[in-house]
Design a protein around this ligand. Structure first.
Ligand code: SF4
Length: 440
């Protein structure tokens, strides 16, 4: 049972897919910082790759991703050609270092490119990098997914797929600019199940315009009927001041903060009631899924893709806006595809923004990640610890967390407050809060 404390959720907070968050990135880093990060890697360092395809068949009005409409074939093909250059550049700078264990394709919609183009990309990666039976995952838009794509996933031995579903309700789909009939989703699932997919995720949303608890329950039921291995249930973040495409969404129809909280609680209740294991604050997985195992055995991590069972500490980001992550540095590529092209065309990485993490950043980053992934964190490494208890007092007073020595442990009802609790320990929060969305 979750209790709503509006004062504790009043401030917008980051999603904490990194610490410091992307809001703290500056333009003080460059291609040389990425080269230095690669040069320092030990020979057998496990590596994960993220490949960003910033194109979609249609642009959904609510979308917060760096993506554009895939209207011109030549543009897509030039983009993929340049990705090949970026793969080669990474491989050249890595030399014999690193072994790739994961390859994630995200976007945008990776299935905006042709399936044979996707296969060539996978081949190029496998040729260029040392790898060890990498787990390949792909984000997919059911619109535009077909038999050819299913066959390509099977050929590439893609094991994991994530479908953008959001809601099954046709009226809400129309209000968010993403119309995809239930039959289309069912057909996509059926194709994926006959391909090579062993772990299938659905992204769903609450807090959508005109959405009610009853509708959310119906969408959850429709999703459960298709038996996904994982579900991520995100709160819609309405920030039209940052994402102009969201101006098409009628803000007057958005649920209240209280309704959003109740919808998040409803999703949690329904999915755990159906035997899904909660993973972090907004993911759920069947007990047999690797993500659920990671949550149970304490190896769950959080990175730019959200909650993950990936244990690699080095993630290389390829494509416009992709972020490379090392323990001591976070480096983001140019978001603008034109400038990303230019940098690679000149033979250098398109690193544009980022942060070199201080020891304090790393200590706080571990604490933030532990709170979000395990619901507990050892706060003894924090400097200025005398103030920490006072900072968290209002959560403690409501029974949302308790102290065990120098560690905090979230109560079960503290789960929806995890990000808000983490934000109290974030030394950068305060000045840039307008960039973020509801804490639930
Ligand atoms: S398909 Fe996904 S990435 Fe593309 S616009 Fe819609 S939400 Fe954004």
């Amino acid at each position: 049972m979750w209790t709503y404390y509006p004062d504790l959720l009043a401030k917008p907070v980051p999603r904490y897919t990194s610490y410091p968050t992307a809001a703290e990135f500056t333009e003080t880093v460059a291609s040389a910082d990425l080269e230095a990060g690669l040069a320092d890697l030990p020979a057998e360092e496990p590596l994960s790759l993220y490949v960003h395809i910033p194109y979609c068949r249609e642009i959904c009005w609510y979308c917060g991703c760096n993506t554009g409409a895939a209207t011109r074939e030549a543009r897509l093909s030039a983009y993929v050609d340049r990705l090949h250059d970026e793969i080669d550049l990474f491989a050249a700078k890595l030399g014999p270092r690193g072994v790739v264990g994961r390859i994630a394709f995200g976007g945008g919609s990776p299935n905006a490119i042709a399936p044979e183009v996707f296969l060539r990309l996978v081949d190029r990666i496998k040729t260029a990098f040392r790898h060890d039976r990498p787990v390949i995952s792909v984000e997919l838009d059911p619109r535009g997914f077909d038999e050819k794509w299913a066959a390509a996933l099977a050929t590439a031995q893609v094991e994991r797929a994530s479908l953008g579903v959001q809601t099954f309700d046709p009226a809400i789909q129309a209000r968010i600019g993403r119309v995809q009939p239930a039959e289309l989703i069912e057909r996509t699932v059926s194709l994926l199940r006959t391909a090579s997919i062993t772990s299938l995720n659905f992204d769903l949303m609450y807090g959508l315009p005109g959405q009610t608890g009853r509708e959310l329950e119906a969408s959850l039921a429709a999703a459960l009927a298709l038996a996904p291995d994982r579900l991520a249930v995100f709160g819609y973040a309405h920030v039209p001041q940052i994402l102009p495409r969201q101006r098409r969404i009628d803000a007057s129809q958005l649920p209240s903060a209280r309704d959003r909280f109740d919808q998040a609680a409803l999703a949690h209740r329904v999915l755990t009631g159906k035997g899904y294991q909660p993973v972090g604050f907004d993911h759920f997985a069947t007990p047999a899924d690797p993500l659920a195992s990671a949550a149970r055995n304490g190896t769950l991590r959080r990175n730019f893709q959200g909650f993950t069972d990936d244990r690699a500490t080095c993630l290389l980001g390829l494509g416009a806006s992709a972020i490379s992550s090392f323990p001591d540095r976070l480096l983001q590529n140019e978001k603008n595809t034109g400038r990303w092209h230019l940098a690679l065309g000149a033979g250098r990485f398109a690193t544009h923004r980022g942060v070199l993490r201080t020891p304090e950043d790393r200590a706080r980053g571990t604490i933030v990640e532990d709170i979000l992934t395990h619901g507990a964190a050892d706060l003894s490494p924090l400097t200025g610890r005398s103030c920490v208890r006072a900072l968290l007092l209002d959560f403690e007073a409501r029974g949302l967390l308790r102290w065990r020595g120098e560690s905090i442990v979230l109560a079960e009802g503290g789960l929806p407050y995890a990000r808000a609790i983490a934000a109290r320990l974030d030394q950068y929060r305060g000045e840039s809060i307008g960039r973020f969305s509801h804490a639930v």
